[in-house]
Design a protein around this ligand. Structure first.
Ligand code: WT7
Length: 641
């Protein structure tokens, strides 16, 4: 096929070859239990598992390695002390390039994690407790995660860009009684008032915590509530603190993610399966070798940060770079500066960052060496072939493999990707399934489609990294993922499979949009808009956006007699930022006198999507609308707004 991009031969004997991939893939689907019990040997178990997958999708119950006992902090930290205590575990690159970088060996990381674990214990945290982590991208954020794993507490990391309202909801939902935060954070030279946001969240009705642990990061002045708030540096201690033996199915973390309805749900991952999945995918997909520097540019507030900044790399004894800043500060060359400064070998980033940098011109890239780079990765949203080309031609100088890795918060780790030396690449395609992953494309009636075709992407057969439940709401887990197509996990993505068996993710088929690689429920934005006293109704859809991939388009109807304008639009934007956070800021607000509804009152989003896309030729059947004349007014409004 002509759409393959063929690389110069990769001179690297450790890469998994095409033949090895085929053999391992076959083993992984023919005898999944034997395959995964074998991969489980990558980890150090207190008691090795003898049981593989024990699962059913109807009723939904999933377990892997259920008779095994282990601790992921032990695997990420302590276990390396014998062999590589002096190897660098973490490199911290601060927001301000003039500030000093910080380097921690595995021995130092161990000391720091023990210190954090003791601080959490002093705060009152015990096994099974939920701990909310609301931190900037600094080492202490990772320490808090690892320290929770060490003592058997369940971490719930909330992205530092979320608003106090969003934070409060996530604290209440999982009944977390502890928060770890910092005085303030820095991003692109701007101050993020983390502790003040925590205070505001805790002011909400029904939000009650026993303790807040505050890391001094910038040294900014913050209010400390007596009895509740404690400085980390006052509680830290180097007392002995062994790793708690955990059952493989004990929860490791909760991570909130958006769905098509209602509030974000707390996706729950357990210890053994998630550990094996992230350790194994990290090993094969990135082919990390000792001495290399791995840089995943995500934030620990997202699953990408959990799996490929923290757990995957550290369980493999790798050196992982932690970056506090943003790609365009102090200028658009920052990524390449960081790469040259720390001699980064693996860069794993998102299409939205690539597009934003591409727009600024090649010289920011070509003026830096980037000679250390060996592998480029992308994740989070479909990458458009133009951005792929730029990543390949300009950043990688046509010599570096690109891996386009498809996965989700719910999958725990990478599910579909090419492997650097096993498969040729196709710009825009994620490629082939990872070991043990059995994708199926399903038609509207639930029929399984074979061969080259398009459909809804499902996965049959459980894999170790699969989420086990939605915290506190198993029924929602069942409804969201296992009820659309019986006996399969439904991803929510549309997908095409080509004649070479390559998968091309076409985007979400539900009411979830992907804004700069961040997952957003349109329902969440709508709920925020209707909080405004003048707003009667709102409908939110995604539309193509040059940099963000998808932008947020809002149709708003006002109470009778009210008129919309620039000022009200600005106020509504502010409402959404306050409710959710800056990442949910509407890109476009169109005031309208009505929303297109069927006679039974269902909003026809298909029509709203087309109009937002400026695609009026294919609106489909509009005759079932309660008010068919509305469509012309909506189009007119689109053109004038
Ligand atoms: C959704 C999951 C995976 C960690 C970051 C996002 C989209 C993710 C790709 C890719 C096309 C992708 C899907 C998926 N997505 N990676 N390589 N190509 N689309 O995790 O927030 O749980 O979002 O991101 O639509 O369902 P998430």
């Amino acid at each position: 096929m002509s759409d393959f991009v063929i690389l110069p031969e990769q001179d690297r004997s450790t890469y998994c070859t095409a033949k090895q991939y085929k053999d391992l893939y076959r083993q992984s689907v023919e005898d999944p239990d034997a395959f995964w019990l074998g991969q489980a040997n990558r980890l150090d178990w207190f008691k090795a598992p003898t049981r593989g997958g024990e699962w059913s999708y109807d009723p939904v119950e999933i377990a892997w390695f259920a008779d095994g006992t282990l601790n992921l902090c032990h695997n990420a930290v302590d276990r390396h002390l014998d062999q590589r205590a002096d190897t660098t575990a973490l490199i911290f690159e601060p927001d301000d390039p003039a500030s000093a970088a910080r380097i921690l060996t595995y021995r130092q990381l161990h000391g720091e994690v023990v210190g954090m674990a003791n601080a959490l214990k002093a705060l009152g945290v015990g096994k099974g407790d939920r701990v909310t982590i609301y931190m900037p991208m600094v080492i202490e954020g990772l320490l808090a995660m690892l320290a929770c794993a060490r003592i058997g507490a369940i971490h719930s990391v909330v992205f530092g860009g979320f608003s106090p309202e969003a934070l409060a909801g996530r604290i209440v939902n999982c009944g977390s009684r502890f928060v770890v935060t910092a005085d303030t954070g820095l991003r692109g030279g701007k101050v993020v008032p983390l502790k003040a946001n925590v205070d505001a969240a805790l002011d909400h009705d029904g939000v009650e915590v026993d303790g807040v642990l505050v890391v001094r990061h910038t040294g900014a002045d913050v209010a400390m509530a007596g009895g509740r708030d404690h400085w980390y540096h006052e509680l830290v201690s180097d007392a002995e603190c062994p790793c708690e033996p955990m059952n493989a199915e004990d929860p490791l973390f909760i991570l909130y993610t958006s769905g098509s309805t209602g509030k974000p749900k707390g996706v729950l991952h357990t210890t053994g399966g998630y550990g094996v999945w992230t350790a194994t995918t990290f090993h094969y997909v990135f082919d990390y070798q000792p001495g290399e520097i791995h840089w995943c540019t995500a934030d620990i507030g997202w699953v990408t940060g959990h799996s490929y900044i923290v757990y995957g790399p550290l369980m493999n004894g790798a050196t992982s770079l932690v970056f506090e800043g943003v790609p365009n500060y102090p200028d658009h060359g920052r990524f390449w500066d960081v790469i040259d400064k720390h001699q980064v070998n693996i860069l794993y980033t998102a299409p939205t960052a690539i597009r934003a940098l591409m727009r600024e011109g090649d010289h920011f890239v070509t003026s830096r060496s980037r000679k250390s780079l060996r592998l480029l990765g992308t994740v989070g949203e479909p990458i458009n072939p133009e951005a792929w080309r730029w990543y390949f031609d300009v950043v990688g100088e046509k010599r570096l493999p690109i891996i386009d890795t498809w996965w989700q918060t719910e999958t725990g780790g990478i599910m579909i990707t090419t492997l650097p030396a096993a498969h040729d690449m196709k710009p825009g395609s994620a490629g082939l399934p990872f070991f043990g992953v059995r994708p199926q494309l399903v038609g509207a009636e639930g029929e399984v489609l074979e061969g080259a075709t398009s459909g809804n992407l499902c996965i049959r057969h459980s894999w170790p990294g699969q989420s086990r439940t939605v915290y506190g709401d198993h029924e929602r887990f069942v409804q969201t993922y296992f009820s659309t197509y019986k006996g399969k996990y439904f991803t929510g993505d549309g997908c095409r499979r080509d004649e070479d068996g390559y998968y091309w993710i076409t985007g979400r088929v539900d009411d979830v949009i992907n804004v700069s690689g961040h997952r957003m429920g349109t329902a969440e934005v709508e709920s925020a808009l209707v909080l405004h006293p003048l707003v009667a109704e709102a409908a939110v859809v995604g539309y193509p956006h040059d940099i963000k991939g998808q932008g947020i388009y809002c149709y708003v109807t006002l109470n009778a007699g009210e008129a919309g304008g620039e000022e009200l639009a600005a106020e509504l934007r502010q409402y959404v930022r306050k409710e959710i956070g800056p990442i949910a800021t509407p890109d476009h607000i169109q005031f309208t006198d009505g929303l297109p509804k069927t006679r039974s009152g269902k909003i026809m989003r298909r029509i709203l999507r087309k109009i937002a896309e400026n695609d009026y030729g294919s609106l489909g059947d509009t005759s079932t609308l309660a008010d068919p004349t509305l469509v012309d007014r909506l189009i007119e409004g689109r053109q004038n707004s």
